[in-house]
Write a protein that binds this ligand. Structure first.
Ligand code: GUN
Length: 296
């Protein structure tokens, strides 16, 4: 039997629609417009595409979008001064500094300068600590999107065996914390894990976030498991450019109960959750109830 395909594109459109409806209410009832500031340093082509998409999506849900494009030679002091200004600007509820930054800039220093309440990426060390101790925080967008899809598919996640393959600060570690927060039994595996296939086969929920094309194959998937593929890898096959995940889709889909495709799975959820986080930050800043179903 084939797996149910979890349609991330449709799910993300629904999240954006719910955000837009909440934003419209905030404007009408409170006179408040949530605002997101995105800072891009340099001309990295992939980053420019991301930033353009973020701007368009922010406008689409009725939020204010503030774009700050700085030259690749921008010094640390100038960038920190901009972040200080955005931290103090009441029209800005969320701040995102697009990564990677040019090599001469210290990413940790820059990210940790953002007001944690406005850190819609959830990368500030305070938010990392709050998430790790089960307290209210801003949660990184990609793992939040994965959690939303898993809750939607399973209902309650309590007691399920979850295996996260990948230990990055952006996806693997926060994903594991979120699953633990929903009372899963969580294993973090990675490229050095012994007998990775056997570890993966124990998973009711298998999240692949290793950044290696098609590394997770069908023989590593338990029958009926839910497979969430966070990978976005550009490869060449038969002379053609192709986008593949960290999961070998065809073999995994023949065993899994449900699976996210690449593209059209986790990918579209990241920006949708960035907008959800901006709305959450705005509600918290104004002492208003948080949007339901859009937070961890
Ligand atoms: N570059 C690639 N992904 C991300 C992300 O999620 N946040 C930021 N700030 N930069 C990125």
């Amino acid at each position: 039997m084939g797996a149910k395909v979890i349609d991330g594109k449709a799910f993300a459109a629904d999240v954006r629609a719910r955000v837009a409806a909440h934003v419209a209410r905030l404007k009408e009832e409170q006179g408040i417009t949530p605002g997101l500031a995105v800072v891009l340093v340099g001309e990295d082509p992939a980053s420019q595409v991301y930033v353009r998409n973020k701007h368009a999506s922010t406008i689409e849900v009725g939020m204010a979008s503030f774009e700050h494009r700085l030259s690749a030679e921008t010094g640390e002091a100038e960038l920190l001064a901009l972040i200080d200004r955005l931290n103090g600007d009441p029209a800005v509820h969320g701040i995102l500094v697009q990564l990677p930054l040019p090599g001469h800039l210290n990413s940790e220093l820059v990210i940790n300068r953002i007001d944690p309440a406005k850190d819609v990426d959830g990368f500030h060390i305070s938010n990392v600590g709050l998430l790790g101790t089960g307290q209210k925080s801003m949660v990184p967008c990609t793992p939040l999107g994965c959690l939303m899809m898993l809750r939607d598919h399973h209902g309650k996640l309590a007691g399920l065996n979850a295996v996260v393959v990948g230990r990055s600060n952006i996806v693997g570690k926060p994903m594991a914390q979120l699953l633990l927060g929903d009372s899963c039994t969580v294993t973090i595996a990675h490229s050095r894990t012994k007998d990775l296939a056997e570890v993966c086969r124990r998973a009711d929920i298998l999240v692949a976030a290793v950044g290696r094309p098609e590394m997770i194959t069908g023989d590593m998937v338990k029958s009926g498991a839910t497979v969430i593929d966070v990978g976005i890898n550009r490869i060449e096959r038969d002379g053609k450019a192709k986008l593949v995940g960290d999961v070998h889709y065809d073999s995994a889909a023949s065993v899994a109960g449900a699976i996210t495709p690449v593209p059209g799975g986790v990918g579209p959820m990241t920006i949708a959750c960035l907008l959800a986080n901006t709305l959450t930050a705005c509600c918290r800043a104004n002492g208003l109830p948080e949007p339901e179903g859009l937070t961890a």
